[in-house]
Every structure is written in C-alpha cells, then in structure tokens.
Design a protein around this ligand. Structure first.
Ligand code: GDP
Ligand code: MG
Length: 442
C-alpha cells in the first residue's frame, strides 16, 4: 500500500526537470510515514527529512532520471549514510587481551551476542577467546553464558552470584592475561529499565577493564523506546559500537536509525537468529531499504534508469495475474526485460533480502545462459507461432531448431516448460514471482 503510493508519486513526478518545494512535499510526506511506521523515533525522523529536503531541493535531475526517482535515490542514500557506511568490524587494536564490554537492557540479546561474537572472532579472526558473566543477579544467566560459550567453541571463565561483578571482571582479566587470550568478552547484568545502580556498576566495570569496544546491544523490535535506552547508555558509557538484534523478526528495524543517530556509534553487527551463527556484519544499504519498506522502489528507480519500459512491465504483470492469454511473445518479452535489467543476478540483488535468500540456491550463470538460449529459440519462431504455441508441430519445430542452431529436443523442452508455466500462472495468479523465475532459469 505504502509502496504503491510511493511508486505512483514517482510516476506523477515524471517530466519535471527539477526537484522543487511543491513537487517534493507529497513524496517526503510518504517517506516520513514510512519511517514512523518503521518505528524510527519522531525527532530522528524530523531531522532526517530536513536533511533530505535540503539535499534534494533544487537538485538538477540528471540524465533520464525524473525528479521522483532522483528523490528516492537521495532518500535511500541518505538513510544508508545515516546508518553508517562501509563495514565496521570489531576493533581489536589493544594490548591483548582486547576487552569487549557488552551493555544493554535485559533481554536485548547480550548473552547470546557474546557467544555469537566469540564464534565470529574465533572463526573469522582466528582469536583465542574467553567469556565471563558479570550478571550476578540471575544465576541462570551465568549458566546460560557457559552453555552458549561452549557452543561457540570459546573458553568460559566461572563466576558465581555471591561475587561482586568488579571482582569477577578483574579475575577474568588476570586469567586472560596469564593464559594469553586475545580477547575477553564481558557479559553484563540485564536491566529491565534504566537503573541507576546498575548503570553505576557498568561504569565501574568500564573504568576497571578499559575495554577497546563497548558494545550497546539493542533489540530491533524495541521501536520508539530505543531512543531513551540509547540516550541513557550513551550518557553512562563511551559506546564504540552497536549490535542490533532480532532483525529476523518482522520489525522494519527503524530502531537502527534512532540508535545510530543518538549514540553516534557505528552499527557493527546484526543478530538474525537465536542460534549461535545468527550474526551478520551490518549492511546499511540493505537495511535502509528494509526501513523504508521500499526495496522494490529503489530497484524500480534503477530499472527505469536502465531503460526498462515500465508500462510494458505493468501490462505483463497484469497478464500474469490474470493468467489469460499469456503466450510466447510475453515469455520473450519477459526474458528481454530481464536482460535489460542487467540479468537475473542483478535482479536478485535488488530483491528484498528475504526473497533473495530463497533465490540464493539458483546458479545464476547457468540460469542466464539458459535464458539466452530460450530467447534464441523463441526469436526463431514466426509471430503466429509465438501466439499459438500449441500449433507448433514437427515440421515447424525442425525449422525453428535449425534457425536457432539447437536440437529439436531443446525446442520441445522449451515448449513443455512454457506449457507448464502457463498452467502455473493460471493457478498462482500473481505473488509467485520467485517460483516463476526459478522455472525460467531452468
Ligand atoms: P540478555 O538478557 O541481553 O542477555 O539477552 P539474551 O541473550 O538472554 O537474549 C534474550 C532472548 O532473545 C533469548 O531468548 C535469545 O535467544 C533471543 N535472541 C537474542 N538475539 C536474537 C536474535 O538475533 N534473533 C532472535 N530471533 N532471537 C534472539
Ligand atoms: Mg544475559
């Protein structure tokens, strides 16, 4: 719904040479709605919109792009830039052991992330890693860290609820030094809300340990509230990075924008499952599209700028939806559009990540070669044959095969496949783009 609206606005703004106060208003209102819907905090949204507007106003619209399209790309770029650009991995530049202090509310995912990071540092950076829990308020929390640390293949330093967190931390640091650990990960007590006592405690831990990284772990589903949490932690600690957890949930992840803006710290990792390997390096560009909920709009802009005929694509989509009259001409049109958009693999890159993941198993090079062969075969048919594939019998098949430089069997295969596809389209009536593309890829 939202994206429909945006894409309509993109179209309405065609034919104007420059972004102006009047044509930008509607568009920005939609962007603002999208951000609020994604739970970006209001002051952050205001700021962001103001920046985009300033960047956009008066901007010359270059090449074949239209103002609306230019604006979409400005919004997307600014969003990605706000959330950080490039890759920000863990900083280990310290006299070993490099200490990493985990901070955040209870349930944010600190303990889970501690183990995920341990695994990451062991596997990717070949480090010797020790973990320790300073969460003396919940005995189960210490056990939890022990379990997940073992899963990660790291070593766990024992602690008990009757100890003081500071003593635990110092003992662990001492042990890590004596046993030549590269990294010491310090998990801390959860806070359900901002709590003075606990804040003081983690500040003391920070002064004693002098961590090279102080990571703020925040639940992506926390929404509007994330801004207050982030403020409190930023005031208490010099944060060096953010880990955004539970991005596998269905939130749009607007918290990323708020938290990043408030703390000024880079978002380094994203938690994408409760499992120990569910940690990814944060990708700001991809996340920008998720927050705006307009992966398709950005792709659309890129496609338009590459000269894909939108109206033709629209017509095609309608035909596919109804399943009526889909013939080989349409099939050919689809193949050609796909090529214009830069081939199957670039198209995959533009899909929202959930979809792209599902498509990841397809061998793209092979799929693209197949597409070209199919195109060759259809091009060797007469327009009549293309509109009535069912009338293509032996003699015609031989002629087509010779024209395309392939065996008759390949023509048969294409016709079979087309038949199946026609059937499938009748059944699915839209919504099954991936299935269809897989099918076309052979
Ligand atoms: P802590 O209180 O900050 O230590 O949080 P925990 O590490 O105990 O995590 C709280 C809950 O969130 C647990 O049930 C975790 O399994 C879950 N969790 C943490 N990170 C993720 C994530 O990235 N994705 C999902 N789906 N669950 C997560
Ligand atoms: Mg914990």
């Amino acid at each position: 719904a939202l994206t429909d609206k945006l894409s309509r606005l993109v179209k309405e703004m065609r034919g104007q040479a420059r972004i102006t106060e009047s044509n930008v208003q509607d568009m920005l209102r939609e962007v603002r709605m999208a951000l609020l819907e994604a739970d970006v905090a209001l002051p952050v949204v205001r700021d962001f919109i103001a920046r985009v507007k300033e960047k956009a106003l008066g901007q010359e619209v270059l090449g074949s792009l239209k103002p609306g399209q230019t604006l979409v790309s400005i919004v997307n770029k600014e969003l990605a830039a706000t959330m950080g650009e490039g890759v920000a991995d863990i900083n280990l530049q310290a006299q070993p052991p490099a200490v990493i202090l985990m901070a955040g509310l209870q349930g944010a995912g600190k303990t889970t992330t501690t183990a995920k990071l341990a695994k990451h540092l062991i596997e990717r950076r070949k480090k010797k890693v020790l973990t320790v829990s300073g969460d003396v308020y919940r005995p189960a929390a210490i056990e939890q860290l022990k379990t997940v640390t073992q899963q990660a293949g790291a070593e766990w330093f024992p602690s008990t609820p009757d100890q003081k967190p500071l003593d635990i931390a110092n003992a662990a640091l001492d042990y890590a030094k004596k046993h030549y650990f590269d990294v010491l990960l310090v998990d801390t007590a959860g806070r359900l809300a901002i709590d003075e006592v606990l804040m003081t405690e983690i500040q003391q831990l920070h002064s004693a340990l002098k961590p090279v990284e102080t990571l703020f772990v925040v639940d992506a589903m926390q929404g509007q509230d994330a801004i207050n949490t982030a403020k409190a932690f930023k005031e208490a600690l010099p944060l060096t990075g953010i880990v955004l957890t539970k991005l596998d949930g269905d939130s749009r992840g607007g918290a990323a924008l708020s938290v990043r803006q408030i703390t000024g710290a880079p978002i380094k990792f994203a938690g994408v499952s409760e499992k120990i390997d569910g940690l990814e390096v944060f990708d700001a560009e991809r996340h920008a599209q998720r927050v705006l909920g307009m992966g398709d709009i950005v792709a659309l802009v890129e496609q338009v700028s590459k000269g894909v005929d939108l109206q033709a694509a629209q017509k095609m989509a309608e035909k596919i939806k109804s399943g009526d009259g889909f013939d080989l001409n349409d099939f050919l049109g689809q193949l050609q559009q796909m090529k214009q958009m830069g081939g199957l693999s670039t198209l995959m890159d533009k899909l929202p990540s959930e979809l792209a993941g599902k498509a990841g198993q397809v061998d793209m090079d092979k799929a693209e070669r197949e597409v070209r062969r199919k195109e060759g075969i259809i091009c060797s048919m007469t327009p009549f044959e293309r509109s009535k594939p069912e009338l293509i019998k032996a003699t015609r098949k031989k002629r087509i095969a010779a024209g395309a430089g392939v065996q008759v069997q390949e023509v048969n295969r294409l016709l079979n496949e087309f038949g199946q596809m026609q059937q499938m389209m009748k059944k699915m009536k839209g919504g099954g783009l991936m299935k269809m593309m897989k099918k076309m890829g052979g």
